[in-house]
Design a protein around this ligand. Sequence first.
Ligand code: ARG
Length: 475
Amino acid sequence: MAGDGHDPKPDAESGQNTWGGRFSEPTDAFVARLNASVGFDQRLYREDIDGSKAHAAMLAQQGIISAEDAATIRAGLDAVRAEIDAGDFAWSDALEDVHMNVEHRLTARIGAAGGRLHTARSRNDQVATDLRLWVLRRIDGDLVPRIDRLQTALLDVAEAHTDTVLPGYTHLQRAQPVLLAHHLLAYVEMLDRDRGRLLDCRKRAAESPLGCAALAGTPFPLDRVMTATALGFTRPMANSLDAVGDRDFAVELCAAASLIMVHLSRLAEEMVVWSSQEFGFIELGDAFATGSSIMPQKKNPDIPELVRGKTGRVFGDLVALLTVLKGLPLAYNKDLQEDKEALFDAVDTVTDCLEATARLLPTTTWRADRMRAACDAGFVTATDVADYLAAKGVPFRDAHHVVGRLVGWCIAEQRTLPSLSLAEFRRFSDAFDDDIRRAVTVEASVAARTSRGGTAPKRVAEALAAARARLAERR
Ligand code: ARG
């Protein structure tokens, strides 16, 4: 197969391959099908046309093609775009990919000028340019706004629940009470890092490969800064071999997408568990749950389950992409055509999952009563009892032991810590005074955790305000 990237002008009439000059046999039909990427890369048409328009304008400015040809090409490309937008475009597998489909149609519409567009360009720098533009647009238009939206949804729930307390867990065992707002703010933090990773990836994606041609550059006197600027890139890429062979930006985006999915899947898992009858901490809205075809009583958390389940495919996309790139010799290789489906799938999936989670939160009922009951039944203030004794001068290790025995006794007697009388406390240590009865409440436990980053209402109120301010600044 041809693969040098310098495609001669498309021959609209003969139906021959654009690169057919060197060949004496037509392409085998099976080979043509396997080789074609137009089925999935046609979604790059806007980026492809924007790139071509910038390239044509630059060729004219540099005197490489005439101003009339450039104007004809640009108007022709707009017309092709309108055809595609309207769904009036006949994509052809025989024309392999989006680039040749668009160029072929352009030449069919405007004639000879269309054949000048590919001067000083190759599909190798063209596809790399298209893909980078697509990445920038999806980060700006889909991913970052959806992260902001999900953070807003989390903050809305958190602000409505500033005095809802639930057990914090370690090892999924009830550990210490925390505010629901504090728990949800943990996800706001994760999403802040996710957003930072997307913007960091954006910086490196925002360099232009256009003008590097097939691999070595071109003898034509290009102005690569002009095309880079016109397309919204910060600068041209420095090395032509790197420019056409690099897909680091796609890996970085899939890696960022994978971590977003890690975070979404943790929240999803909590929502699945919390909506179970065993926990009963939340009830999903009817519009966001489904029933069973056989068990009439069921209300299933399909949406968070799907978010959790779709995480695997995004990880798969990342590994697929890394594996395509591993060991590839410089510069362009057809293997790189395999980058697109993985990248598209990762971005589409994470976009949907961010959207689903942002919509799920406001339709959920948060059962403060059930959360509170789990605290009351769970010895979640045992640490506070030990801290109390330590503050009274009992060495913490001894205090820990005393409270361990106390909890063991409560379990055997089916008692809870807040239900104990002072006399009962004093059976385990005479360091207990009447103030233990207050120290052992869930409210006191939460209020005491005033260390920076802790769950005390005061700290949580500050964290909520800071998160709101960060979100407001982004607008
Ligand atoms: N469809 C190709 C891809 O996605 C475009 C670049 C083809 N270049 C070539 N020399 N065959 O990678």
